[in-house]
Design a protein around this ligand. Structure first.
Ligand code: BGC
Length: 857
């Protein structure tokens, strides 16, 4: 197999009538002749040594050929770095679901380019993103990391993201290939997907990343696909990805997903992560010696790795100097956040708010504890985070009185206290003393932490071997700021202990001890750790001596999690009452509700779509006393909104990243239009969701709905969602005036150009997203896929119009030939059925304004 540039072909695209995508300098696709020669200098052992990680987040270098270590970082919503380094924090971007809500590939490309620059500055060569699994079900814990429920929108967004990131000389990694669309039993679940559905839905965004984006890396998931583990899936890795799509980069395993030697090596996996241990190394050397794996297989893997290394400047010559410490441009992130905010309802023009309002009550748990990001590996240690209160305060003039109330409680893990309320006993510094002891009882590390928490992502000094940790302890004194009940808790993986001593009435000291039950998924336990705690009644100024410990040795010591939490616990009825009375005496009530920390995370799916805690009750109580109630929903995936028709306005803000507060003020006060359109359907009830909790049965997860995911299912069943896919309001109004399509038949396999004419009929300038949906002709039960299971219409193209009041503008859309194709499960190829297709354009999947037939002949 020739691994040079000639290997890069796009037969699929060519068969579909699209020109093969030209190789650009950013992809790992340049001629590899010189790179191939380098391999001659290495022994088999040395070549195999390159293919397993050196540690959690890097691949080893090899000075003999001028290869420097390749450093990786998670990154779909910000580049964490190989560790959560407090001295080198990160920009926190709008989550991918928010970027998808922008329906704006150019903006996504700009945001990802910012991320690429920051990655380079942190010394990162490979970013582990984008996540291009589909949001098959709104219960999916990791849906916030996806680009939504539609393969065309996800593919456009993902390819733009890859192009943007790679333009900074950093490799992107599209993950998790493929069928890893939920978290329950994610290490083993067998996703059972028919061929047509796999090609038309779940593979499509990966194909876009490879063919349109020239993505340098692909990550093979933990799951099985139709019975075969993805890291061993020859058909999908070798045949589809590498042969059919011409993928020239490297396939890396998801962390610990490579579980065999020969099978993974033969199937087309190129890199095993993390390291240094794993199933390759000496076992793979032996497999080559025994003839089970050929040396040319190893060469191919090493060559693919070297191509990526060359692309990111880690091979030969000097490492390109990173520009010193640029963080992402805050204006771009602010624009993207506002561009993603999706205005779902705006009754009586409640928004934008009057800029001279005399009083605004800002209410709700997420007004004070916003969720900037979802949890799991996508999490970053943000350098900056602007809360809604800070954003509004900065934007509002002096005369507006802004009152802020929490309204109710939603946290799952007791939060760490304000460092100023903690005193480390020896130094009297704010915070807590951390000590880490090894299995021999010796002190390995000690430090004072302002926030008493340690996670797997934190850097550990070289003296600490994670797997050897015997005990972590925190010691501090807590000072109560106000009288009342306070909760003290310790959370983590392992045997936990909490000792409290002070002037409280319980028999002092209080001692609690319990061992966390075994965990199925360590990442899940990082986001929602087991916790023990107690509530103490304290007076203002009371001092409580706190000692907390965690012995992780009974658990997988690789995964550290240990947190001390303290929080005042006022009566929740009183919190709601306070919020309601603030709403009553204010001109406007803005209620910021949403996910709590840990509601949406990698490692588990949601059990319910309802807002956590008493938030629904809070919204209803506030709406009952203030007609101008605006609800801001801060969640990655849809939540139920039983109060939707009781409030004046609803705006979905996703997980918006660090610029949350500024972007919110921009949109609420009308400096900027909310730009978002839903990339996922918002259901009316849990029962109405087409694909509910994705729970495998006996290890198998049947994708029995086939192509009918998200809006496709609602349309087919004639069921009304609460807010449909594609929905989102701006601050002006639009008229769709014309749809020009080709007259006469279009050659099967060719793209179709259409022009849509829209007019801004409102009173302010604005931007409209023009959405084009396509319905195929009735073809009966052909191609091995029954017609009754095919969607009524699917998104086929998108574009945008910018216009002044009264202005008319033309939007040209290209409907790619692929939109008119379907996968033939009998011949295993794309076919382009002839016939009359209906094109419909409009403002959402349920607000279609114009239609026209196109004859494919
Ligand atoms: C996740 C990946 C992530 C990797 C490294 C895995 O558990 O599934 O998305 O990139 O960990 O953090």
């Amino acid at each position: 197999m020739d691994l040079g540039r000639t290997d890069v072909r796009t037969p699929q695209a060519a068969r579909d009538g699209q020109a093969p995508h030209p190789a650009r300098d950013v992809g790992p696709t340049r001629d590899t002749g010189a790179v191939r020669e380098l391999l001659g200098a290495l022994s088999l052992e040395q070549k195999i040594g390159l293919l397993t990680g050196a540690d959690n987040f890097s691949l080893p270098g090899q000075p003999l050929i001028g290869l420097r270590p390749l450093v990786m970082s998670d990154g779909p919503a910000g580049v964490r770095g190989a560790f959560l380094d407090p001295a080198d924090r990160s920009s926190s971007l709008p989550a991918p679901i928010a970027l998808a809500a922008c329906w704006d590939p150019e903006l996504i490309e700009q945001v990802a380019a910012q991320l690429g620059r920051e990655a380079r500055a942190k010394g990162i060569h490979i970013v582990l993103g984008p996540t291009v699994n589909l949001a098959r079900t709104p219960f999916g814990g990791r849906g916030f990391e996806s680009f939504g429920e539609d393969p065309v929108l996800a593919g456009r967004a993902a390819a733009a993201w890859v192009r943007g990131l790679q333009s900074a000389g950093v490799a992107a990694t599209a993950k998790h290939y493929v069928g890893n669309d939920a978290e329950t039993e994610r290490w083993t679940a067998d996703s059972r997907i028919d061929e047509t559905t796999l090609r038309e839905l779940y593979l499509a965004p990966f194909e876009a990343c490879v063919v349109e984006g020239e993505c340098a890396m692909i990550m093979a998931g933990y799951n099985k696909l139709n019975g075969i583990t993805m890291t061993e899936h020859t058909q999908l890795l070798r045949d589809v990805l590498k042969r059919d799509w011409g993928f020239a980069g490297a396939v890396v395993s998801d962390w610990f997903a490579a579980r065999s030697t020969v099978e993974t090596a033969l199937a087309g996996l190129d890199l095993v992560m993390p390291g240094p241990h794993g199933p390759w190394g000496a076992e793979l050397v032996e497999a080559v010696a025994s003839g089970a794996v050929s040396e040319s297989e190893i060469d191919e893997k090493a060559l693919r790795l070297l191509r990526v290394a060359r692309m990111v400047g880690a091979l030969g010559g000097e490492e390109p100097r990173a520009q010193p410490g640029p963080r992402a441009d805050r204006q771009v992130l602010r624009r993207a956040a506002a561009g993603s905010f999706t205005l779902l309802r705006n009754s009586g023009g409640a928004l934008p708010l009057p800029r001279n309002a005399h009083s605004i009550a800002l209410l709700g748990p997420n007004a004070l504890s916003p969720q900037y990001q979802g949890l799991g590996s996508a999490q970053v240690g943000a350098a900056i985070a602007v809360s809604p209160a800070e954003g509004l305060r900065a934007a509002l003039g002096e005369p507006t009185q802004l009152t802020v109330h929490q309204g109710c409680r939603t946290w799952l893990t007791t939060p760490t206290p304000d460092p100023q309320l903690l005193t480390e006993p020896a130094t009297r510094a704010p915070g807590a003393r951390l000590e880490i002891r090894g299995k021999d009882g010796g002190l390995q590390h000690t430090d004072v932490l302002e926030r008493p928490e340690v996670t797997w992502w934190d850097p550990m000094p070289p003296t600490v071997v994670r797997a050897e940790i015997r005990e972590l302890t925190f010691r501090t004194t807590y000072r109560a700021q106000a009288p009342g009940p306070h909760r003290f808790a310790v959370a983590g993986l392992g045997a936990l202990r909490l000792e409290l001593d002070g002037p409280f009435e319980e028999p002092a000291p209080v001692v609690l001890a319990e061992t966390a039950p075994p965990v199925e998924d360590p990442i899940a336990a990082l986001s929602q750790p087991f916790e023990i705690g107690t509530v103490l009644e304290l007076d203002e100024g009371d001092l409580v001596e706190v000692f907390a410990s965690c012995d992780p040795s009974g658990h997988d010591g690789e995964f550290t999690r240990f947190q001390l939490g303290v929080i005042p616990m006022p009566e929740e009825d009183a919190l709601i009452k306070e919020a309601v009375s603030a709403a009553q005496s204010s001109e406007v009530a803005v209620v910021v509700v949403g996910a709590a920390a840990g509601t949406e995370s990698e490692g588990y799916d949601r059990q319910t779509l309802a807002l956590p805690g008493r938030q629904d009750e809070l919204v209803e109580a506030v709406a009952a006393v203030n007609a101008r109630t605006v609800v801001v929903v801060n969640s990655g995936m849809p939540v139920l909104m039983p109060w939707a028709d009781q409030v004046a306005a609803i705006i979905q803000v996703w997980f918006p990243g660090q610029e949350f507060g500024h972007a919110l003020a921009d949109v609420l006060l009308g400096f900027v239009e909310p730009g978002g359109r839903l990339p996922v359907t918002i259901p009316r009830s849990e029962a109405g969701v087409p694909v509910g909790r994705a729970r495998p049965v006996d290890g198998a997860l049947e994708y029995s709905e086939g192509l009918l995911v998200g809006y496709r299912a609602y349309d087919k069943a004639g069921r009304e969602p609460l807010f449909p896919f594609g929905h989102g309001l701006g601050y002006t109004s639009w008229m769709f005036e014309g749809l020009d399509v080709p007259i006469g038949p279009v050659h099967a396999g060719a793209d179709v150009e259409v022009t849509v004419t829209v007019r801004n009929t409102g009173r302010r300038a604005g931007r409209e997203i023009v959405q084009l949906y396509l319905s195929e002709p009735e073809m009966g039960n052909v191609d091995g896929y029954p017609q009754y299971k095919r969607p009524i219409r699917v998104l086929a193209a998108l574009g945008s119009a910018q216009a002044e009041p009264g202005e008319e503008t033309h939007v040209r859309l290209r409907v790619p030939a692929r939109a008119f194709a379907r996968w033939d499960g009998e011949t295993h190829a794309w076919v382009h059925p002839r016939g009359s297709y209906l094109l419909q354009v409009g403002r959402s999947s349920r607000d279609l304004r114009l239609s026209a037939p196109v004859l494919i002949g």
